[in-house]
Design a protein around this ligand. Structure first.
Ligand code: ZN
Length: 262
């Protein structure tokens, strides 16, 4: 079972998805559809789950290009020969990478989350795509906006031609952070405080990573507001449907968001 962005769905040259935790074969605490080899799930289960999502969505597992995410600010330009990197295990994944951009077809770039923000980008005129993973660190680095800028600088994409989908992530309702993270976040980009709210009961701040990402895409990336679609589900509130690290105390699987030019 997977979700799609209505803004991207209409393009037949594109394959994309946001997976859920439903429908796979992994056992607890990775049940059911964990897509990541980086957690302590059975490799056989992950392979079966990847086969299932590939079959449903319409790509091949060998076309996957998967990063070893490290909450870095690194975005890689993906070549045709990167198809298959990390497709069948963790160690062949792209080292120290949290964003990918390409104009190559038949490479399905997939990023993972259990609360973090996954962003898919698509220039429907020039046929350029991007996939980005960002937690609070990636958000302070404005990683999704940087991917949009890389599409413009490297491939000549026009900002107004780029469509963006932001997958379900932990919401303002649940994402409480400590003082240090709150202070770092507040100072990391203009208007950051618009995406923070103090919980008067605990005295701690909550962050809104999805809308912060959207704001950065508008302000720094030049993306038109009407071209940004957010799937608003909170992964922690809906941990029956999505993996949530916060809700499950760090021991859980990963759902994925993937994008490929046919
Ligand atoms: Zn929530």
């Amino acid at each position: 079972m997977y979700l799609q962005f209505s803004k991207l769905q209409q393009y037949h040259s594109l394959v994309h998805f946001v997976s859920t935790r439903k429908g796979g074969v992994s056992a607890s605490p990775f049940s059911e559809a964990n897509l990541s080899y980086a957690v302590q799930d059975s490799a056989e289960a992950v392979a079966q789950n990847r086969e299932a999502i590939a079959r449903q969505v319409g790509f091949e597992v060998k076309q996957l290009c998967v990063p070893q995410q490290t909450h870095s600010a690194n975005i890689r330009l993906i070549a045709e020969t990167d198809a298959g990197q990390g497709a069948y295990n963790h160690h062949t994944g792209l080292a120290d990478t949290d964003g990918m951009v390409t104009a190559e077809s038949k490479v399905c770039m997939m990023v993972f989350s259990a609360d973090c923000v996954l962003t898919l980008l698509y220039d429907h005129k020039k046929q350029v795509i991007g996939a980005v993973h960002g937690g609070w660190r990636g958000t302070t680095q404005q990683l999704a906006a940087k991917a949009a800028l890389l599409m413009q600088q490297h491939f000549g994409s026009k900002a107004e031609d780029i469509l963006v989908g932001i997958a379900p992530a932990i919401g303002l309702c649940c994402y409480e952070v400590g003082e240090e993270v709150a202070a770092t976040f507040a100072n990391s980009f203009a208007q950051a405080t618009n995406y923070m709210k103090k919980n008067e009961q605990t005295g701690k701040y909550h962050l809104a990573l999805q809308t912060a990402t959207a704001g950065q895409l508008r302000n720094e990336g030049g993306i038109l507001p009407q071209n940004i679609e957010i799937l608003p589900q909170c992964t922690s509130c809906q941990s029956d449907l999505f993996f949530s690290s916060r809700k499950n105390n760090g021991l859980t699987g990963r759902f994925g968001a993937g994008i490929m030019l046919k």
